[in-house]
Design a binder for this molecule. Structure first.
Ligand SMILES: *[C@@H]1O[C@H](CO)[C@@H](O)[C@H](O)[C@H]1NC(C)=O
Ligand SMILES: *[C@@H]1O[C@H](CO)[C@@H](O)[C@H](O)[C@H]1NC(C)=O
Ligand SMILES: *[C@@H]1O[C@H](CO)[C@@H](O)[C@H](O)[C@H]1NC(C)=O
Length: 486
C-alpha cells in the first residue's frame, strides 16, 4: 500500500485558496505570531495590500509568470513553462458525475490523466503555468492543487505522475491541459506540466457557480518506485515550479535520496516527514515549510510569512529565511572538519523570534573544523543555545535583533572573544569558572570579562592564552537585554 497523506489543512494555508480563505488564514497566522499591540494597524494594512497583490498575481488579471510560446492550438497561446517544450499532451479520461457528486457537490466532475517519467532522468520536474483573464465579480483563484509524493512498494523504471482534475463544469476542464514536457537545454530532463488558460468572456454567466472556491482543483500523486536493491532510491534531480499547489512528502519518501531537490510553490506550503537531499532549495512565497527532518549537505529554505520548523541535519550549510514568522528549529551540523569551508548556518526573519538548538560537530578525528553561525531578526527575540562544539574548533557567531532579548548559550569547548551590545537594557556575560577542561587535561579556564562600557561588555574565554584568540561571538540588540552564558 502506498502511504498517502491527503490532509492539507495543517500547513498554515489550505491547498485550495479563495480570497476570503486566504485573508482569513493570513489573519490567523498573523494573530498567532503577533501579540504585540504596537504596529498592528500598519501590519493589517500590509496584509490587505498583500492579499490584493496575491489576488492580482494569481487570481484575476493576466498571465502568471512567463511563458514561452504557443503550441497545438493556432488560435491562441497556451502558457508553457520557461525553458521547456511540449512533447505531448494527455487526453483527459472523464468519470461520470454521479460517481463524484456524493463526495463533493462543488466539484461534481472528475477527470484523470497520468504519465510515466523514467527514473534515470538527468532531471525530473513538475511545472504549472496559467493565463487567466477574469472580469467583473470574479476574483477568486481559478485553479489550485495539492501534490502528494509517495514511494511505492514495486520496483520499476518509472516515476508515475497521476493527475486528477475536479471541476464544476466541462468548460473548466477544457481550460486545462496536462502535458509531457522536456527541457530545451538538455537531454533526459523529463517533466509534467499543467497548463491552464481561461477567459471569462467566453463564458456565459448563467453557467456560473457560486461556491466561492476555485473552478478547478488538481490532486496530483507522484509515485516513486521502490529501489531495486531494496535500499535507497537515488534521484539525480527533482524540481518543481508551481503556482498555488501544496506539496506533501509521505513518510515513505525517506527511502528516496535526491541528489538535488528544488521545490518552488506559491501560497501553499511544503510538508514532509523525512527528506534526504544533497542539495536542497525550497521556496514558497507565503506558506509554511514544515519538515520533521531534512538531511542535506547544503540546504536553502526561503519563505515569506511562513514559519519554519523542524530538524535539520546538514554537513555544509543551512540557510533559513522568512519574514514576519518565527524560526523554530533544531540544527545538527556535522562537517568534515575542513577549515577552508567552514560549516555555515544562517537564520533570518523580521518580526518574529528565532529559536534554534544548534549542535556543531566534525566527522574528522584530527580536524575540529570551523563554523559560522548567524541569526538576525528585528522585532523578536533570539535564543541560540549552542549545545555542542568540537574541542579546538573555531566558532564565529552573530546574533542580532533590535527590540527584544538575545540569549546565546555556549558549551565549555568554546574559546575566543565575546562581545555583547545593547543600548537601553541589561548586558550580562556569565562565565562558569568551575567548568572542567573538556580535553580532560585539567587545564584552568583563562580569560574573563575584560571591559564594561555603557551598553557593551567584552570578554574572553579559553583553555589557553592561544585559545582565547580562536573564535568570536557577537550578540547585539538595541532595546533588549543580552545574556551570554559559557
Ligand atoms: C550551497 O548552496 C548555495 C546556494 O545554492 C551555493 O551558493 C553554495 O555554493 C553551496 N555550497 C556548497 C558547499 O555546495
Ligand atoms: C539527525 O542528527 C541527530 C544528531 O546527530 C541524530 O540523533 C538524528 O538521528 C538525526 N536524524 C536523522 C533522521 O538522521
Ligand atoms: C530546544 O531544546 C529545549 C531543551 O531541550 C527544548 O525545550 C526546546 O523545545 C528546543 N527547541 C526547539 C526549537 O526544538
Amino acid at each position: 500500500m502506498d502511504e498517502k497523506t491527503t490532509d492539507n489543512t495543517n500547513q498554515g494555508l489550505p491547498a485550495y485558496v479563495t480570497h476570503a480563505e486566504l485573508a482569513e488564514a493570513l489573519h490567523h497566522q498573523h494573530k498567532r505570531q503577533k501579540r504585540r499591540r504596537a504596529g498592528i494597524f500598519l501590519k493589517i494594512v500590509g496584509l490587505i495590500a498583500l492579499v490584493h497583490w496575491v489576488g492580482h498575481k494569481y487570481g484575476s488579471t493576466h498571465h502568471t509568470g512567463q511563458y514561452s510560446r504557443s503550441f497545438d492550438d493556432p488560435e491562441d497561446k497556451w502558457p508553457i513553462p520557461p525553458e521547456t517544450q511540449v512533447e505531448k499532451c494527455a487526453t483527459w479520461s472523464e468519470s461520470t458525475p454521479e460517481a463524484f457528486s456524493v463526495i463533493d457537490a462543488h466539484y461534481p466532475h472528475s477527470a484523470s490523466a497520468s504519465f510515466n517519467l523514467p527514473v534515470e532522468s538527468a532531471a525530473l520536474f513538475l511545472a504549472t503555468r496559467s493565463i487567466i483573464h477574469r472580469h467583473g465579480k470574479h476574483h477568486g483563484l481559478f485553479a489550485a492543487g495539492a501534490i502528494d509524493y509517495v514511494q511505492g512498494t514495486d520496483s520499476g523504471d518509472n516515476v508515475n505522475v497521476a493527475v486528477t482534475a475536479q471541476y464544476w463544469h466541462t468548460a473548466h476542464l477544457e481550460a486545462a491541459k496536462v502535458c509531457l514536457l522536456s527541457k530545451t537545454d538538455g537531454n533526459k530532463q523529463n517533466g509534467v506540466g499543467i497548463l491552464t488558460k481561461w477567459e471569462d468572456e467566453d463564458w456565459e454567466d448563467d453557467h456560473d457557480h457560486h461556491h466561492g472556491s476555485t473552478e478547478l482543483r488538481f490532486q496530483i500523486t507522484v509515485t516513486f518506485p521502490a529501489a531495486k536493491d531494496g535500499k535507497v532510491l537515488d534521484i539525480e534531480k527533482f524540481e518543481t515550479d508551481l503556482e498555488v499547489y501544496s506539496q506533501t512528502f509521505a513518510g515513505s519518501m525517506k527511502e528516496v535520496h535526491f541528489k538535488a531537490l528544488e521545490l518552488k510553490s506559491a501560497l501553499a506550503g511544503i510538508t514532509a516527514k523525512e527528506l534526504t537531499a544533497d542539495v536542497a532549495t525550497l521556496r514558497t512565497s507565503l506558506a509554511a515549510i514544515d519538515i520533521e527532518t531534512l538531511k542535506s549537505n547544503n540546504a536553502t529554505l526561503t519563505t515569506a510569512l511562513g514559519r519554519i520548523e523542524g530538524t535539520y541535519n546538514v554537513t555544509d550549510s543551512l540557510s533559513l529565511t522568512t519574514s514576519n514568522a518565527p524560526i523554530n528549529v533544531d540544527i545538527n551540523l556535522v562537517t568534515d572538519g575542513s577549515n577552508e569551508r567552514p560549516g555555515n548556518i544562517k537564520l533570518v526573519t523580521t518580526n518574529a523570534a528565532i529559536e534554534a538548538n544548534i549542535s556543531l560537530a566534525s566527522s574528522s578525528e584530527s580536524s575540529p573544523g570551523s563554523f559560522d553561525v548567524s541569526a538576525h531578526t528585528a522585532h523578536g527575540q533570539v535564543e541560540l543555545p549552542i549545545l555542542a562544539l568540537p574541542i579546538d574548533a573555531e566558532l564565529n557567531l552573530e546574533a542580532t535583533t533590535a527590540l527584544a532579548k538575545v540569549f546565546v548559550g555556549l558549551p565549555e569547548t568554546y574559546e575566543g572573544s565575546i562581545e555583547a551590545t545593547t543600548s537601553l537594557a541589561n548586558v550580562d556575560i556569565k562565565i562558569d569558572s568551575g567548568a572542567k577542561d573538556p580535553k580532560g587535561e585539567d587545564r584552568k579556564r583563562v580569560g574573563g570579562v575584560e571591559r564594561v562600557r555603557r551598553g557593551v561588555v567584552n570578554a574572553k574565554v579559553g583553555w589557553s592564552r592561544e585559545g582565547t584568540g580562536r573564535g568570536k561571538v557577537q550578540a547585539r540588540s538595541s532595546l533588549g537585554g543580552i545574556l551570554v552564558e559559557v
